[in-house]
Structures are given as structure tokens and as C-alpha cells.
Design a binder for this molecule. Sequence first.
Ligand code: NAD
Length: 348
Amino acid sequence: MSVFEHSEYDGHEHVAFCQDKATGLKAIIAVHNSNLGNALGGCRMWPYGSDEEALRDVLRLSKGMTYKAAMAGLKQGGGKAVIIGDPRTEKTVEKMLAMGKFIDSLSGQYISAEDSGLTVDDLKMMGKKTEYVSGIQAKYHINSEPADGNPAPSTAYGVFVGLKTSVKHAMNSELKGVKVAIQGLGHVGIRLAKHLHKEGAQLYVTDIHPENIEKAVSEFAATAVKPEDIYDLDVDVFAPCAMGAILDAENIFKLKAKVIAGAANNQLAKEEFGQLLVGKGILYAPDYVINAGGIIDIYHQSISSSDQALINHINKIGDTLLEIYQRAQTQGIATNIVANQIAEERFS
Ligand code: NAD
């Protein structure tokens, strides 16, 4: 396997292959770009089928973090770590401690947060061996909700701010009476539903777990929809808050919404589908811009700032989206491409 020639390598500054024989830990830490500051990004544990699969994932994810941090106005670079293994059966305290040591060996070049397969407790375990972990302290209150280090309340608030800005831009409307379809009512989606309900939006919701739907129906007067019907609704906004790659040609063809604004990562099945959305007159809020509330929260935890400083920073997601929309309009190109351009200008 060639690393420097890898199709996802993209000039990564540092890629560390970490093995601890005693605990069986195998991990890769990738630092994509540190022009704006030390790299911040989550550590994921996943049962990768091969080392190549793990390498591809970490390189792709750490590059994504460079773009996300730049667009969130953070003085941070992009990085990510992956631990190879099944988090349900192969995770041990000893492996977490060993991972903490490896992170520490990079002397702060990479600061780790939580990602799929790991919990705040796992991160705290790593934190026994390194100071370079963030997202483990209950510090912030987003709209009176305490965050326990979990960034979801901040992510949901950021998506709400971005959705509101996008509706204003595309429809010249406030949220009262605006119809929003939410796909996925997990940590982020259910909180987004709460914000939107408070502002008078009319909600249509789906999830694969009925209990999540019941909560939104009873607490936020939402209308329940089957998962397969969510793309066909006659709504103003589609808010994907479940999985990635849902914006494929088939689903884009079905959508009637004027705005797409949601938390899910990697929403576009292919980058060029951004242009399909332009063709259909749908305003797309680039995913890594609108869902940056979580990384902004983690950054603020690392600098120990105040609730208000965090909220002020998350509110800027709206301004960043407007900058993207204006440039996209002037240049006649898709918003996802403009977001990439602006990010590259900021971190290059
Ligand atoms: P989550 O796992 O808590 O929630 C996802 C929800 O989607 C679950 O309730 C799940 O049942 C539902 N779901 C899965 N498949 C579905 C389907 N086919 N149709 C309808 N619903 C389905 O995750 P989360 O933390 O709420 O994150 C949501 C998305 O936002 C993910 O893509 C995540 O990567 C992204 N994101 C999350 C954060 C964060 O702070 N949690 C930050 C940035 C991006």
C-alpha cells in the first residue's frame, strides 16, 4: 500500500501509524493541514475490513476537518484518528490509555474529540495519558440545556441558525408556518425539531425508531411520515439529520423543498450533484458549514470560554452561509463548490 501516492493523500502533513502490541491497539492519526492551528478532529473506532480502508477513511475525514474548521472561523487545522476494531467487542480501557499515549506523543499537533464508536468516557480515559483531548467537560448551556461534553446541542443550534438564515435568503420568510421535513430524530434532529417548533415551523418527521417519532409528535405537534416518504413531501425545507449520501439523483428528482439545511455529514452522494440542486432552484446549505456547531463547541471547551462566547460564535454560521449564497449567486456556481473555494482561501 503506497501512502504518499494514495488518492486521498492530498498533501497530508503528518500520518502516524500507531501499534501497541500489549493491548492490540492499531490506529492511524492523520493531520491534514495546520496552517490555521493545531489539528482538531474526532477519533473513530470502526471494524474496518482492511488497513487500506482505515487509511482511506482517516485521510478523507481529516481533510474534511480542515475545511470545516476554516469555514467555522476556528484557529484550528484539520485532523482525525481511527482505531481499527469493533467498538462493541474490541474496546478496552487499556486500548484507550494506549491511544491517549499515542496522541500525547504528537505534542498537541493533533487534539482529539469523540466520533463514532467512542464515548465521552472513552475520551476521558485517553485524557488520563494526554492533555490533548477536548469535548469531555460539562461547561456549556445552549438554550438552558446543559451539554455534558456531547456537542449535539451546539450542532442542533447551529443547524437551526443556518436553516433560519437559508429560509430568509431563499423565501424571504421567517420560520412561522414554514413546512420543514426532518429526516432522523437522534441527538441532533430532535433538538432541531424543538428549536423549529418554538419558532412556529410546521414539522414533518421520520426516523427508523418509532419512539423518536412519538416524542416529536407529542411534544412538537409534528406529523409522522414513513422513512421512504420523506423525500416526496410538499414542504419548504428538507433537513437531513440521519445518514450521508442521501442527496443522490433519484432523491433530488423527488424533492419539492426550496431549501436543504440539515446536520448529516456528506449529504451529497457526489459533489457534482450540487449543480443538480442549482438547476432545480433548491438552495443547499453545505453540510460541513451548517453542522459546525459541534466542532465550535469542542474548540470553545478547549479554550475554556463562556456560554455567550460559544453562542456568538455559532451564530456566525448564518453569516458564513450568506457569504456563500451571495458568491454562488454572483458566480452562478453551486454552494458546495463555493464553500470549498472559500475554505481553501482561508487555510492555504
Ligand atoms: P444519531 O445517531 O443520534 O441520530 C441519527 C438518527 O437517524 C437516529 O435516530 C436514527 O434512528 C435515524 N435514522 C437512521 N437511518 C434513518 C433513515 N433511513 N431514515 C430516517 N431516520 C434514520 O446521530 P446525531 O448525532 O443526531 O447526528 C445526525 C447526523 O448529523 C449524522 O449524520 C452525524 O454524522 C451528523 N453530525 C452530528 C454531529 C453531532 O454533534 N452529533 C455533528 C456534526 C454532524
